[in-house]
Design a protein around this ligand. Structure first.
Ligand SMILES: [Zn+2]
Length: 269
């Protein structure tokens, strides 16, 4: 989003992307940007690629802080409303964490209590995609088992889907470093997400080994997952037609997209 929404599409096209994920507010802050309905409408009318919005990182509906809850509610509402205005297919939000002093069950109940009314308030908003995190620090959903329990607690609401992140899956304890183990992990998460549950995949290599609980993305093929293993994304029925985006460093996007496109082409041969 650097330089404004109008620059996002040409930048995506320049690196060979066929799907786009953007922030519509400062990813590391709470304050929403100034409204720009005309710019949003222009973007919606001209963007020919599928678009997803990533909500700010600070959102945490598992937090015991009333202030964080109120700000998370406002920020999610904003992301859904602006997502609708720009024609986004989904809004990604991290599953959250319980933080010290809050029980996991209570924290998940709190997610349900506060997130569902926001979805009610923005009925024509994009689908909410919950992203399991790398684990540790009271994570509410990280590995496949915890994701299933989280979605159960949210009542399997059809307005809520899942955004997987391969770095997070690996860090959460599903070793993705071979095509076979990668496919098995995708199947486990797909079972947890339910039919049609996976709406998007963040494709990132990991700087740290499986089970590290650390969330440090690496360029595709330069981390502990390795390029070959990513072929699993294109040889598993559960990821068929699921859009994928890379969240590696900007300078790596073109190379990462080329690597993934080559793996996809090889899988189709
Ligand atoms: Zn991610």
């Amino acid at each position: 989003m650097a330089g404004g929404l109008a620059k996002a599409l040409p930048r995506a096209v320049a690196v060979g992307a066929d799907v786009l994920q953007i922030f519509v507010a400062n990813p590391r802050g709470w304050a929403p940007p100034a409204a720009d309905p005309a710019g949003d409408a222009t973007f919606a009318a001209t963007c020919h690629l599928p678009v997803f919005v990533h909500a700010p990182y600070l959102l945490n509906f598992g937090s015991p802080s009333a202030e964080t809850l109120a700000r998370s509610t406002e920020a999610l509402r904003f992301s859904l409303q602006r997502g609708a205005a720009i024609g986004a297919l989904g809004v990604v939000m991290h599953a959250g964490s319980s933080v010290l002093g809050n029980r996991r069950d209570d924290a998940i109940a709190q997610v349900r209590e506060h997130v569902l009314p926001v979805l009610d308030a923005v009925p024509d908003g994009p689908r909410l995609l919950v992203e399991p995190t790398a684990g540790g620090g009271g994570a509410l959903a990280s590995d496949a088992a915890s994701l299933g329990a989280y979605l159960d607690a949210l009542g399997r609401d059809q307005r809520i889907g899942v955004c997987l992140d391969t770095c997070h899956m690996h860090a959460a304890g599903h070793d993705l470093s071979t095509p076979k183990s990668f496919r098995a992990a995708l199947r486990a998460y797909a079972r947890a997400a339910g039919p049609g549950g996976i709406g998007l995949i963040h494709v990132n290599d990991s700087r740290d080994p499986a089970g590290s609980k650390r969330d440090r993305h690496e360029a595709i093929g330069h981390g502990t997952i390795g390029a070959d293993a990513f072929s699993a994304l294109f040889t598993t029925p559960v990821t068929r037609r699921v859009p994928m985006v890379v969240e590696t460093s900007d300078t790596q996007h073109a190379a990462d997209i080329a690597t993934l496109t080559a793996l996809r082409t090889a899988a189709l041969l």
